[in-house]
Design a protein around this ligand. Sequence first.
Ligand SMILES: [Zn+2]
Ligand SMILES: [Zn+2]
Length: 90
Amino acid sequence: MKVKCFECKGVGYYQPKGWPVNVTCCMCGGKKYFDIPEGMSVCETCRGAGKLVVDCGGFEMECTCEDCMGKGYVKKETKIESTMSDEDIP
Ligand SMILES: [Zn+2]
Ligand SMILES: [Zn+2]
């Protein structure tokens, strides 16, 4: 399952403001998308990147996303919905 990269919006690169060049997207590495195995869903914390960029007083630090352990995806939550209706009650 391919999920479009949120950072570059599926382009693979972006152009920083005031820069004359295109920069390869650091989130997907220019791949334009994240590959997620079937039955998994994109990690909402890092949105598929597997890492988080934290601003430490002017310095940007990269750290592994703890919710997905750096994989970028998590196991899909299966919700069991009750199909019982009031009509079944005598
Ligand atoms: Zn990207
Ligand atoms: Zn994550």
